[in-house]
Design a protein around this ligand. Sequence first.
Ligand code: NAD
Length: 499
Amino acid sequence: MNSDAKVYKNYINGEWVESVSGETYENRNPADKRELIGLFQKSDSRDVDAAITAAAEAYDEWRLTPAPKRGEILFKAAQLLKDRKEEIARDMTREMGKILKETRGDTQEAIDMGFYMAGEGRRMFGETVPSEMHNKFQMSIRQPMGVIGMITPWNFPIAIPSWKIFPALVCGNTVVIKPATYTPLSVLHFMEIFEESGIPKGVVNMVTGSGGAVGDPLMRDKRIKLVSFTGSSEVGRLVSEACAPDFRHCMLEMGGKNGQLVMDDADLDLALEGALWGAFGTTGQRCTATSRIIVHKDVIEEFTERFVERAKKIKIGNGLDESVEMGPAVSESQMNTVLNYIEIGKKEGARLLCGGERLTGGDYDYGWFTQPTVFGDVKEDMRIFQEEIFGSVVSIASCDSLEDGINKLNNVPYGLSASIYSKNVNRAFRAMRDVYTGIFYINAPTIGAEISLPFGGTKITGNGHREAGKQALEVFSEWKAVYIDFSGVLQRAQIDNAE
Ligand code: NAD
């Protein structure tokens, strides 16, 4: 049945290779399961071992390549991404489902990150600090770590890999990446681009397959100095436990339960547009998606009525159609998770205001489409208020005051993103100070981060690290403090020289 299907291979040591088992798996379009995107390698620990070996062998040459030269290769890769942006975006829509505008944006983020990190090749600043002693100089420099293992999710198929690969490479590390099982083609294109950019063999490697068969051996291998993971908090915990016994580093970027607070003095038109985009953009499958809207009691009725009216009109379909506003869930199981949460919400006593069903009939029968779904009267102790759903479902809850609104924003286990709509600058600044998240917006939705600032969250969203911005360098390098004594005599630092 698959005799005509295109077969895609792993990228190991600068070569396109089949998995050792010779097995493959199907990748299908979630908007139309009749379309087979291709067959991808169903790899296992033997392929992971080959990729880590290649990355380890390539490490010395790469770490000793001057950082500005590494940056030049990254610059070329970013330029090639730019040249191939449309093709990459189209393939991403086919394999992941989100609409073309968004897959172009996803690719653009990778381009931006490439140019940003290429520039770091000529910066990567350390410090010089005055010494306590005569004739002594001291400075801090960054050193690379070795082979980095990367495990990425499907919702930003090339942006998230780029947030990891570009900073890791500019710092002088080599890389083995396992893309999400649903979105290997986007990372495969990324590998083609690195190959074309002239990066030495073994510096970047990709092994496709499942979390258990590929991700697990990758994160457990002791040659991996850092596991950079983005995905669910459940799998993030496994990564953390796998690294802990050997004190190997891990960087974890995980789930969110992001809230938008709408105050009684807000520009309601603006708040409405922001909430619609934040809740249903990428079919709600963003880690920063707005899944709770907390509205002041004096405006909740008007806001809810207008929000529901607009949500019902969202055009849903295949993301390759430029007029479509929302694509499918990424997979049948993701769609079922969403439908299950809708049942939970109903049972908990929340009021279903619109949506709630899978879309069927005609072409919808071939994809994993759900209606934009809005719940009202949602209370803080309900599961749909507390748990990440990752789909086209949003909960509306009311608040009595700014303090009540801030408490509700904070009262979830996650801490990724939040926003406030208010025309009162004092209220906006108090919320900015008191909401405990990694990202905060004023008069803008909970989505829309730019690559030049740190990205990540508090509480069970992360483990203290940040991606993007100059903070990414903190993750992918280790500091070395260097002291140079040019006095010609043994001098003792103050701690050893106390009177
Ligand atoms: P997931 O945790 O199921 O999978 C993430 C990756 O881990 C995939 O590549 C998967 O194959 C792999 N994996 C699964 N089980 C594994 C195991 N036992 N061992 C090793 N690897 C394993 O997440 P997902 O469904 O791909 O993505 C959605 C999640 O990602 C959501 O929770 C979302 O909030 C989160 N996310 C977070 C951010 C962020 O920056 N904070 C960004 C995007 C997505």
